[in-house]
Write a new protein. Structure first.
Length: 273
C-alpha cells in the first residue's frame, strides 16, 4: 500500500470516502488540487490553459458519478509577481470552463505564494449517483476514448519538448454527453486519473472482483495517468445499448475485460508518494 492509500485509509470510518465524490443530500461534492511543479510547469501551459485544466479535472469527477456540476469554489495561491494581465488570463480560464459546463463560481479564497497552486471544489446535482461499487461477476469492463496520449505528451514535456493545445495532457476531453445517457445502464464507474491499471485496482478493492482481459493492454497505455476518460462496468445484456449510445455521441468505447472471482495486481508504479 502506498502512502496515499494509507493516508486515505486513516479516514475509513467516514461513509463518504472512497468514490470520485462524496454523495450528500442529493449532491456530489468533490475537490482536487492542481499544483505547480507537481501537476504542471508554467512553461508547459498558458495561465488560461492551467485554469481550464484545473476546472476540467474536477468536473470529470462529477460526470463519472452521474452528477451535473452547478457550483464551484476556488482556492488559488498566487505568486506576488503576477501582473494584472496575468491574473485576468487566469480568471478567464476558470470562467470560460465554468460557463461551458453551466457552473457558477460562488467563492473560495486567494493567498500569496511562491508558486501557483489551485484547489477546486465542485458541487453537482446527483439524484442517481453511479458509485465505484456495484459491479457483479460477469459484468463487462470498458473505457471511453483512447488511452496513452497523456503519458506520451507528459514524457515529451519532461524531455523539454512541446505539445499542441489539443494535447489531452493540456486539455482533457470529458465524456458527459455519453455518460449522462448511458448512466442508467452502468453498474459502476470512475474517471481514469491515475491510469487504467491503477484505477482497476480501486474497482477491485471496492467490489472484491478481479478481471479477465480480452485484449492485451501494454504498460504504456495501462499506466498512463491523467487521461480523464471513464472506466465503467455494465451487464453484458446492455452491451448493444451502450455501443449505440457511444455511436450516437461519437464516443470511442473499448470493451476489454469481464469481472471474475480472482485476485488482481496492479503492475504500475505509484504516481503519488
Amino acid at each position: 500500500m502506498n502512502k496515499e492509500d494509507y493516508f486515505i485509509g486513516c479516514f475509513s470510518k467516514s461513509p463518504y470516502v472512497g468514490d470520485d465524490a462524496a454523495v450528500m443530500d442529493g449532491m456530489c461534492i468533490s475537490q482536487d488540487a492542481f499544483f505547480e511543479n507537481v501537476h504542471f510547469k508554467r512553461q508547459w501551459m498558458s495561465l488560461r490553459q492551467i485554469a481550464a485544466k484545473a476546472m476540467l479535472v474536477n468536473i470529470s469527477d462529477a460526470i463519472a458519478m452521474n452528477g451535473r456540476p452547478r457550483y464551484a469554489l476556488l482556492t488559488v495561491a498566487i505568486p506576488k509577481h503576477y501582473t494584472r494581465k496575468e491574473l485576468k488570463e487566469l480568471a478567464r480560464g476558470f470562467e470560460e470552463t465554468a460557463e461551458a459546463y453551466g457552473i457558477t463560481i460562488v467563492g473560495g479564497d486567494t493567498i500569496a505564494n511562491v508558486k501557483l497552486d489551485i484547489s477546486v471544489t465542485i458541487l453537482a446535482e446527483c439524484e442517481k449517483p453511479v458509485m465505484r461499487s456495484g459491479m457483479k461477476e460477469g459484468d463487462l469492463l470498458a473505457y471511453t476514448g483512447k488511452l496513452g496520449g497523456s503519458r506520451r505528451d507528459l514524457l515529451r514535456l519532461l524531455r523539454g519538448g512541446r505539445v499542441g493545445p489539443g494535447s489531452r495532457f493540456v486539455r482533457p476531453v470529458l465524456r458527459d454527453r455519453f455518460f449522462y445517457r448511458a448512466a442508467r445502464h452502468i453498474r459502476c464507474a470512475m474517471d481514469i486519473s491515475d491510469g487504467l491499471f491503477h484505477d482497476l485496482e480501486k474497482l477491485h478493492r471496492a467490489n472484491g472482483l478481479g478481471f479477465e482481459f480480452f485484449i492485451p493492454i501494454p504498460k504504456r497505455i495501462g499506466c498512463s495517468g491523467e487521461e480523464f476518460e471513464i472506466l465503467f462496468a455494465f451487464d453484458p445484456a446492455d452491451e448493444a445499448t451502450i455501443r449505440a449510445i457511444a455511436a450516437q455521441t461519437r464516443t470511442p468505447v473499448t470493451v476489454f475485460a469481464k469481472a471474475v472471482r480472482k485476485p488482481y495486481r496492479n503492475i504500475c508504479r505509484a504516481n503519488h508518494f
